[in-house]
Design a protein around this ligand. Structure first.
Ligand code: NAD
Length: 419
């Protein structure tokens, strides 16, 4: 069954609203996105033909500060997905108490079918179409699925050319040479690692002895895989869109990453040849018994259809919205602890915030300071969520949502409903 991501996001909000007895007027406001922009992006392809792509940028809520959220390129992009992702960014920035709101954007496109030049033209024209929607004081995009620091460099360049002034603060996740932050590329994976250590400590588990299964081997999945491999965890399975890799003795993640970096045209794991790993269908990934399962691909992956198959102690959500509310209920009954996306993967937006602060001040921090601050804020937030979940006897997701939604509700109360 096809799940509508925005319905899922609204259902999560309804559940927490009931738990905290949220003012119905505020609930109604939170269920609606503040601004939605859908644009057509005409591109002259390399063969001279014209093709039109559809793109979106959504501000779910900017009441606590400028919008913040990634831009994703994928054939699955649709307005419901982008609205859901924008809403989740509102909760994530509030949970971390960052002076930012929730936004997201994306283009419906299969980038594998486009040349680099076509992707560049697509990005540049998309930027022009949304130029009045974004800006350091309005909304600050960042990389997400199938976009990276180069994408951000193109966006920054177009924005700066149109405004007549170099504006690094319009995007985060830029290359360091043009105002990016050290540590941003690995921040989401590094943050996941800190959270994995923290939850294992609470549960008196030894993280380095754990077996791990990861869905997604991109910017998030590959970094957390490497961090865990480095401390001795056995990464027994990894899947991407093309296939799954399995090894009972553990995949050599260092070798796999080396292969990925060396492959000039790296696209997918299905091209990986190694006698020590078995190829499995990627749909099997959630059936493999392990200690920690890390969904780091996309939303709506753990649903009521497959939640019963899951056999692990902890789910660490690297992706945004990987677990549906129905699946959450099943996991709870099974005693599986889900560390929610808005906490677990928030290292990315946190270092994006550091990048934004560094750009505004035109003063750049060293990597030691970045990682120290990342760890400090994440662990403080983890403690708040964990303690609340113990006090109220609720899941970590519920505790994180209570803190996040209450923070936004308070901001709305203080500012009032204009006019
Ligand atoms: P990416 O494009 O770098 O990698 C995505 C990976 O997921 C690829 O390996 C792809 O093949 C795989 N994938 C996609 N759909 C799949 C499916 N249906 N089944 C199996 N594998 C699938 O993207 P990313 O930046 O690593 O983002 C992954 C997730 O993490 C997204 O949900 C994103 O919103 C979230 N996230 C990213 C960041 C960040 O800093 N990049 C921060 C927070 C959250």
């Amino acid at each position: 069954m096809e799940l509508n991501p925005y319905d899922v996001a609204k259902k999560q909000l309804d559940i927490v609203a009931k738990e905290i007895n949220l003012d119905p007027n505020i609930l109604e406001r939170l269920k609606h996105c503040q601004r939605i922009l859908t644009v057509s992006i005409p591109i002259i392809m390399d063969d001279g033909s014209l093709r039109i792509y559809e793109g979106h940028r959504v501000h779910h809520l900017t009441i606590r500060g400028p919008g913040k959220g990634g831009i994703r390129y994928s054939n699955e992009v649709n307005i419901s997905e982008i609205k859901a992702l924008a809403m989740w960014m509102t909760w994530k920035t509030s949970l971390l108490k960052l002076p930012l709101g929730g936004a997201k954007g994306g283009i419906k496109v299969d980038t594998k079918k486009l040349s680099r030049g076509e992707i560049e033209r697509l990005t540049r024209r998309f930027t022009v179409e949304i130029i009045n929607f974004i800006g350091p004081d309005k909304d600050i995009p960042a990389p997400d699925m199938n976009t990276d620091s180069q994408t951000m460099a193109w966006i920054m360049d177009v924005y700066s050319m149109h405004k007549g002034i170099t504006t690094p603060g319009v995007v985060t996740g830029k290359p360091v040479e043009i105002g990016g932050s050290l540590g941003r590329t690995r921040a989401t994976g590094t943050g996941l690692f800190y959270i994995a250590e923290a939850i294992c400590k609470k549960l008196a588990l030894n993280l380095s002895n754990m077996t791990i299964v990861i869905q997604g081997f991109g910017k998030v999945g590959s970094v957390i895989a490497e961090e865990l491999f480095n401390i001795g965890c056995k990464i027994i399975a990894i899947a991407d869109l093309s296939t799954g890799l399995y090894s009972e003795d553990g995949i050599n993640v260092k070798e796999l990453i080396q292969w990925k970096n060396d492959s000039k045209d790296y696209e997918e794991l299905k091209e990986y040849q190694n006698n020590s790993v078995k190829i499995i269908p990627n749909s099997e990934i959630f059936k493999i018994k392990c200690d920690i399962l890390i969904p780091a691909a996309t939303e709506n992956q753990i649903t009521r259809e497959n939640a019963n198959d899951i056999d692990c102690k902890i789910i660490l959500e690297g992706a945004n919205g990987p677990t549906t509310p129905d699946a959450d209920e099943i996991l709870k009954k099974k005693g599986i602890i889900a560390v929610p996306d808005i906490l677990a993967n928030s290292g990315g937006v946190l270092v994006s915030y550091f990048e934004y602060v560094q750009d505004i001040n035109a003063y750049f921090w060293d990597l030691e300071r970045i990682n120290k601050e990342l760890k400090r804020v994440l662990l403080k937030t983890f403690e708040e969520v964990y303690n609340l979940s113990q006090e109220r006897k609720v899941t970590l997701r519920m505790a994180a949502y209570i803190l996040a939604v209450s923070g936004v509700a308070e901001a709305i109360k203080l500012r009032g409903h204009y006019p």
